[in-house]
Design a protein around this ligand. Sequence first.
Ligand code: FAQ
Length: 318
Amino acid sequence: MSEKEVKNLEEIFDARIARDEKIEPKDWMPEKYRQTHIRQISQHAHSEIVGMLPEGNWITRAPSLKRKVALLAKIQDEAGHGLYLYSACETLGVSREELYEQLHSGKAKYSSIFNYPTLTWADMGAIGWLVDGAAIINQVPLCSTSFGPYARAMVRVCKEESFHQRQGFQIMMTLAEGTLEQKEMAQDALNRWWWPALMMLGPLDAESVHTEQSMKWKLKRKSNDDLRQQFVDQTVPQAEMIGLTIPDPDLKWNEEKQSYDFGEMNWDEFWQVVKGHGPCNKERISARVNAWEKGKWVRDAAMAYAEKQANKEVKQAI
Ligand code: FAQ
């Protein structure tokens, strides 16, 4: 293709983005647009399935049958989210095997938040309330992202995340209204998950290398800092409602901007976790690699069955 023809295609593509049209897998797109989407969608997919591990740790220790059923359903939803996202990513011409290989070899990133340990039952409350809460704030704008398969996957994901957030908040509320020991457990979980939840929304805008281009392509509809502010403004009154204290001495209502000012995050900790040196990075990856290796016989059996069925159909056709 000549340079002029590519330029022409780029202009048509930019005009479609400007008109808020969805870009579909078979449409022409700039190579960088395709690569950026593979990066973000696959990181998102990996986050969903690695994100099952911290909560999976508590299925057998849920305090009642009702809690166990809800937690199990929530974790299964996360597996479903991973599958929609891997499928959306595959439409961009990358295989599931390649994506898994990138995760297992440590080449691909997944959300920093899932590298923290779940120490008590209250952590199930804190994850649902704060982690799913932050995920919704991040993902609602993605329902109108420019790439069709990603946007459509997000619609259902957001509906399910909303149930997850309520499920978590309800656990926290019950603990906060319980005995002194239960309330302390809830406060301790909030203390440990607050800052990682804020950092999960990505580096400060000034440090975010992808935001500018991703906003132009309407992949991102809101910046990391805007999402973080929205999360703080939404969550602080919820903490107040259940009598828990946000662990930030600098948190203060700002009358002029009609939102909260809040303290500095520990970015050194964030980058350490992102680079693989968080409290549970090694454990998480080894759990995924193990699952992949132990599941080989299932994949082989499914392939053998599919081949047998296909041969049967060919024989019947003859
Ligand atoms: N962790 O330039 P930016 C969930 C990396 S799903 C690790 O700002 P971008 C559901 C970033 O990749 C949670 N790495 O990047 C659930 C880039 O590195 P690269 C996941 C991070 O893409 C709940 C570099 O830093 N959600 O929770 C993180 O424009 C409960 C520079 O950053 C999504 O993935 C991080 N937190 O903005 C499941 C949503 N932040 O690739 C189970 C979709 C940044 O150049 C239980 N993703 N980095 O090597 C997004 O919206 C964006 O990708 C951001 C980052 C906002 C996460």
